[in-house]
Design a protein around this ligand. Structure first.
Ligand SMILES: NC(=O)c1ccc[n+]([C@@H]2O[C@H](COP(=O)([O-])OP(=O)(O)OC[C@H]3O[C@@H](n4cnc5c(N)ncnc54)[C@H](O)[C@@H]3O)[C@@H](O)[C@H]2O)c1
Ligand SMILES: O=C(O)CC[C@@H](O)C(=O)O
Length: 525
């Protein structure tokens, strides 16, 4: 019989479901070393946010088929390590949305009316009615950073409280924001105009310390900040200084840079409310995420696909086998075209060409959408939710199939319209399975995707390639490979460069100033 280790406390209904197919051991509070010792016996691991699934744990799990996170964020699991080991990682993308949104709203109202302090005061036999004068949220500006599932629900409820919602989410269309009654603004304006700011973004390199010393300095002195998303999105030290000096009025935090929260001056501040990562802690959400994830673990142990895998598509094995090499191609092309077009796309045209023009190839469209959304949603977008996420974001997906073959037996052409205009890419596979970008904005090229890329649209004229090379060299950026594509001599052309280093800040605008360069884009793949 298969064995499942449950390493954090989950609702008993989850254990019941797992017990249908496996021996279930619930062992909470184990250290990493203890997990490493016992994990070789287990076929599946189920956890919440307390267990950190490190590379060492993953590598020790020689029998592990699946790791299930009873919640949204999989940032406590080394997903790349699991993927390399062929372990499916599943989560519950929606099971605790309402719970987390309601916690953020509760934090906002508690802050505005001093509920925790007033409660403590009455319990200490005091009656301090003048000490706890609050502020109303009615007609105040609420800045919502991240208008995804939780942020949208917060925005909807806050609107019914009479608040005006300013939202920042570079990956959400204006139409979607309009539907939610939110005004999309840039971060500067959101920070400057908000009376309350609530964070609902994933933790990524872009959102790490999104709120820090510099940004806090731009806020109103009366602002109150709520973080029920992830620790580290606020620079805690900068926040403490701003609260201590009265630079801002208050904060309510459910998540911390270090969890459990250790020694911290946050505990001494009267204008702060702290909760121990309770966003998902409602009976309903705990049942929801436990059922959602336990069912997926049960199914995978029975040899069935998972419906919410973050690292492997939940497709039937035979279709998977056929399409496997092309799924990565479609995803890479989606990621590339989204970065060229700018995050906020309103349409994606997918043309499947040659041998891919069959009805079985539908997962490739999903893979392209997944790639398109990956900048915005990271591990939260998967093969199951990609199409729904695109629809909810107001992205129109148009599919066409063209059975005629060109240079490759099968290729994928994507065209996206985003905040930086309409751009297109085509990709194909070499017989070795390697990916090639074969067309960019209708200009023929032939380059492999790489980590850091630079594309230019320019006029084909003598000296221009040298100028770009020299400019990159002067900033110590090494070029790994370079290719030019053009249709006519001395007409428009594109340059595709693979770089060994990321482009330093400010260099892109220098490149666009080079005479003959019309546009330049950096891309990270
Ligand atoms: N406190 C808790 O217990 C708790 C419970 C559930 C979820 N969470 C956390 O809440 C957060 C939001 O979850 P969700 O389910 O709404 O996720 P979601 O994926 O539905 O929404 C996240 C949104 O952030 C946007 N985004 C990505 N990068 C951005 C950036 N740089 N700037 C602005 N917006 C950006 C995305 O476009 C997306 O719309 C996650 O970090 C999740 O882990 C916490
Ligand atoms: O397990 C929890 O209680 C927290 C879950 C939450 O942080 C999530 O990302 O889903």
């Amino acid at each position: 019989m298969a064995k499942v280790l449950v390493s954090d406390s989950i609702d008993p209904v989850g254990v019941e479901i797992l017990s249908q197919v496996a021996q279930v051991d619930v062992k909470t509070g184990l250290s990493a070393e203890e997990i490493i010792q016992i994990i070789p016996e287990y076929d599946a691991l189920m956890l919440r946010s307390s267990t950190r699934v490190t590379k060492e744990i993953v590598e020790a799990g020689s029998k592990l088929q699946i790791i299930g996170r009873a919640g949204v964020g999989v940032d406590n699991i080394d997903v790349p390590a699991a993927t390399r080991q062929g372990i499916i990682v599943v989560n519950s993308p929606e099971g605790n949305t309402i719970a987390a949104a309601e916690h953020a709203l509760a934090m906002m109202l508690s802050l505005s009316r001093h509920i925790p302090d007033a409660n403590q005061s009455v319990k200490a036999n005091k009656w301090e009615r003048n000490r706890f004068i609050g502020t109303e949220v009615y007609k105040k500006n609420l800045g919502v950073v991240g208008l995804g599932k939780i942020g949208s629900h917060v925005a909807k409820v806050a609107r019914s409280l009479g608040m005006k919602i300013l939202a920042y989410d570079p990956f959400i269309s204006k139409e979607r924001a309009d539907q939610l009654g939110c005004t999309l603004v840039d971060l500067e304006l959101l920070f400057a105009e908000s009376d309350f700011i609530t964070l609902h973004v994933p933790k990524t390199s872009e959102t790490q310390h999104l709120i820090g010393r510099e940004t806090l300095a731009k806020m109103k002195p009366t602002v109150r900040i709520i973080n029920c998303s992830r620790g580290g999105i606020i620079d805690e030290l900068a926040l403490i200084e701003a609260l201590e000096s009265g630079r801002i009025a208050g904060a309510a935090l459910d998540v911390f840079e270090q969890e459990p929260l250790g020694e911290s001056r946050l505990r001494e501040l009267s204008n702060v409310i702290l909760t121990p990562h309770l966003g998902a802690s409602t009976t309903e959400a705990q049942v929801g995420v436990a059922v959602d994830v336990a069912e997926q673990i049960r199914d995978v142990l029975l040899g069935l696909p998972a419906r919410s895998a973050v690292n492997i598509p939940g497709l039937t094995p035979d279709v998977m086998e056929k399409l496997r090499p092309y799924l990565q191609l479609a995803e890479t092309m989606g990621n590339l075209v989204s970065q060229l077009a700018g995050g906020r796309c309103d349409s994606l045209n997918v043309r499947l060409q040659g041998e891919l023009a069959t009805k079985d190839s539908q997962p490739l469209v999903v893979a392209a959408i997944k790639g398109l959304l990956s900048q915005a949603l990271r591990e939260r977008v998967n093969y199951v939710n990609a199409a729904i996420e695109a629809k909810e974001r107001g992205i129109r997906v148009i599919e066409t199939r063209d059975a005629s073959t060109r240079d490759y037996s099968g290729s994928i052409h994507l065209e996206a319209n985003g905040s930086m205009g309409t751009h297109s890419v085509t990709g194909a596979l070499l017989s070795t399975g390697e990916i090639r970008i074969t067309d960019l904005d209708e200009f023929p090229i032939n380059v492999p995707p790489s980590n850091h890329m630079l594309f230019t649209l320019h006029q084909d004229m003598p000296g221009i390639i040298g100028k770009i090379g020299a400019l990159l060299g002067s900033f110590n950026v090494n070029i790994a490979s370079m290719q030019v594509g053009r249709k006519i001599i001395r007409g428009d052309a594109v340059m595709a460069l693979s770089l060994d280093d990321p482009l330093p800040e400010g260099l892109l605008s220098e490149i666009t100033k080079v005479p003959g360069i019309r546009d330049a884009y950096t891309v990270k793949l």
